[in-house]
Design a protein around this ligand. Structure first.
Ligand code: SAH
Length: 354
């Protein structure tokens, strides 16, 4: 049987060294051999655990944050409730359960999911049974109406390009092969006008990353929020302005090398929040806030205590560990950041500052 490695090597033979974004897209979303297309990678038996899979509190608090924003924007009678890259659908299910208590919210919501993997679409459909979500390809397909959107660990899954600086400019990291194995090399020096702004804060040998599809996902979202109202919560690992190689491969919860087993490991890169902020106009964006701080401001400790009352034994221990995992600075609390988008005429979402 042809493996994804064979497929990639024959493409390199035919077309020359492969760009990293092309490699990542092939590894993650190849129609029959891609990582997301062929499996459910989440949870203790998968390759990684995301915040909604750690605890129901995550989706619940995001739901209440969006519902409070909807109320303070005058509770529009029809709106899109969207999620980018919903994984197993756990976050959306927890969100919808929590907002049942907000009169009118669920009735006014049209649930729309943006998901590339047919396998995960099926799982989302089962998780959200009874809520009739609709799937679209890109945020361009969202209706012209108020938009409340969440994206957790979506942007880190988008493909990136990497460039290394030398005295004369930028050279792109490209993938070639020898003896059946893949390796990184550097392409020719080419003018990269999009990287001119990074000449001032980088030196010879520095590596920077660019995520070409980021702006295309952000623009339609920002435009809808600025024009029709709504808000977005983007949660991911990363920081302000990319510097250094952040490409990561994960298999069975363990780091591995990104070129070793194409299609069998999760590939991600840190999100450059500066790029998200630049693409936020004409909507406004909040300050980038650590996930732990954001969840504490939304009342995760009170929610954790309320849930703990009905628990004992290992369930209680797991619950306490989950609270710590989501919020503690040495776990997910600081590595993960939150940015909110909101209309220029409105205050930022609860838990966030302008
Ligand atoms: N938000 C979920 C899953 C994060 S993993 C959670 O927190 O558990 C990334 C998700 O984005 C997966 O559902 C993956 O299939 C989806 N995805 C990755 N690239 C995509 C793309 N280009 N378009 C749509 N969905 C994509």
């Amino acid at each position: 049987m042809t493996t994804l490695l064979d497929t990639i090597i024959s493409r390199i033979r035919a077309n020359g060294p492969m760009r990293l974004d092309d490699y990542m897209t092939t590894c993650m979303l190849h129609p029959t051999l891609g990582y997301y297309t062929t499996r459910d990678p989440f949870g203790t038996h998968g390759d990684f655990v995301t915040a909604p899979e750690v605890s129901q509190m995550f989706g619940e608090l995001i739901g209440l944050c969006l519902a409070q924003t909807w109320l303070s924007q005058g509770a529009p009678a029809r709106f899109t409730l969207a999620e980018l890259g919903p994984g197993r659908g756990t976050l959306m299910a927890d969100l919808l359960r929590a907002v049942q208590k907000v009169p009118g919210f669920v009735e006014a919501a049209e649930i729309v999911l943006i998901e590339a993997s047919p396998t995960l679409r099926d799982i989302q459909s089962a998780t959200l049974n009874g809520h009739s979500p609709r799937w679209v390809e890109t945020p361009e397909d969202l209706d012209d109406q108020p938009l409340y959107l969440v994206a957790n660990e979506f942007f880190d899954a988008l493909p990136i390009r990497q460039f290394v600086r030398d005295k004369e400019g930028w050279r792109e990291r490209l993938i070639s092969h020898s003896n059946g194995a893949l390796s990184f090399g550097l392409g020719p020096r080419l003018p990269q006008s999009a990287l001119d702004d990074r000449l001032d804060d980088t030196a010879d040998g520095d590596l920077i990353e660019d995520c070409p599809p980021l702006t295309g996902y952000m623009r339609p979202i920002s435009h809808r929020i600025a024009t029709f109202g709504g808000a977005a919560l983007i949660i991911d690992y990363g920081d302000w302005r990319s510097l250094g190689d952040t490409l990561q491969a994960l298999q069975d919860h363990k780091p591995t090398t990104p070129l070793i087993a194409p299609g069998h490991c999760d590939l991600t890169a840190h999100v450059d929040f500066e790029k998200l902020a630049l693409a936020a106009a004409p909507a406004k964006h909040s300050r980038v806030t650590p996930q732990g701080v954001f969840l504490e401001r939304l009342g995760i400790t009170q929610r954790a205590q309320a849930l703990a009352k009905a628990m004992s034994g290992t369930a209680l221990e797991t619950h306490i560990a989950a609270h710590r995992r989501l919020t503690h600075p040495s776990e997910m609390g600081n590595l993960f950041k939150v940015m909110g988008l909101y209309p220029p005429t409105q205050p930022p979402l609860p838990g966030l500052e302008p």
